[in-house]
Design a protein around this ligand. Sequence first.
Ligand code: NAD
Length: 370
Amino acid sequence: MPVSVAALKERAPGEKRVALVPEVVATLVSNGLTVMIESGAGEHAFYSDDDYKKAGAKMVSAAEALKATIVLSVNRPPTATIAKFKKGQFLIGQLRSLVEAEDLENAARRGVTVITLDRLPREVSRAQTMDVLSSQASVAGYRAVVAAAEAYTRYFPMMMTAAGTARPAKVLVLGAGVAGLQAIGSARRLGAQVSGYDIRAAAREEILSMGAQFLEMGSVSATGKGGYARALTKEETAKQQKELSQQIAKFDIVITTANVPGRKPPVLVTKETVAAMAPGSVIVDTASGPFGGNVEGSVSGERIVTKNRVTIIGSHIFAAQMPSAASNAFAKNMSAVLDSIIKEGQIVIDPSDEVITAMLVSVTKKGAAK
Ligand code: NAD
């Protein structure tokens, strides 16, 4: 029997992405897989049920989709949905296992193979085609700049007209990983004067190579495991916030993208710092979510105007605001994962495959999973 793969309709509030797009469905079908898509799953990304059918997919109910051998999901499905997975099935997606893993561990204990892309070993070059963290962060970085430009009531580029000259916007990007570097590039393409900052030593060169200035701050350097940042101590955080507060008021727009894997996002911009910014300034907090954000007072999914008339835009799923581009990239990443585990029509988890094994939520001993 051909391996069956299904994509679920996403149910998280504000989520508009879908794990498979028609173009990728057509490739999977031509590779001999049976593909099922939950009806309406692509609606918000402008992929209709008809588009999927033309690509060779079967449109099914949620209950039918959950019978597929491999079930793909952008986000972690709700607890009740995960509870329906049976032994021998696979659940694959960006399942946030670093934040809370209980549902996934329970599924693994029942014999479900859970592959979570937030554990992808990104330093392995073969993993790059599967890297949903990068593909989605890149969309988010771009989208954050578009949101900032839309909320800002002046020009990004320098404008010289018969009615006078407008100076370019000064943009500061805090956190220069994938999203931050994409934000720097996008803000520069719009003509802004851009500065960037990060605590990883390697980020300085990357910021400069994008043609932006590096915001010099004496205090903290904090490269951690796997090339990521480590969490700062309380003292380091206080020092960083103080130093940033002395710099941020010079900028018209601040875009924050700082994260530490599996931890709450660090607070970089305090209420006092926001209060010192000029009216009309804009802050976009891409780290804003249920666990806080980089900016005190930012609310996920909301646009707030403070008393001193600074606009704060908070969202932790900016990628979902460009669902077509984000889903397209996500689906291609999923296709690369499937290529790694399906050999000649059979699912094979090779224990020597360092990329796939790193992403498995596995049960190590009775009652414990990692
Ligand atoms: P991320 O989303 O976890 O964090 C975003 C950025 O926030 C990081 O650059 C981090 O250093 C920064 N940050 C954290 N705490 C901060 C603080 N207190 N102040 C300022 N900045 C802070 O990271 P990401 O974008 O997913 O990726 C980060 C790392 O992963 C980088 O080293 C990147 O080069 C690496 N990476 C490697 C590959 C690869 O090897 N193929 C692919 C993608 C990313």
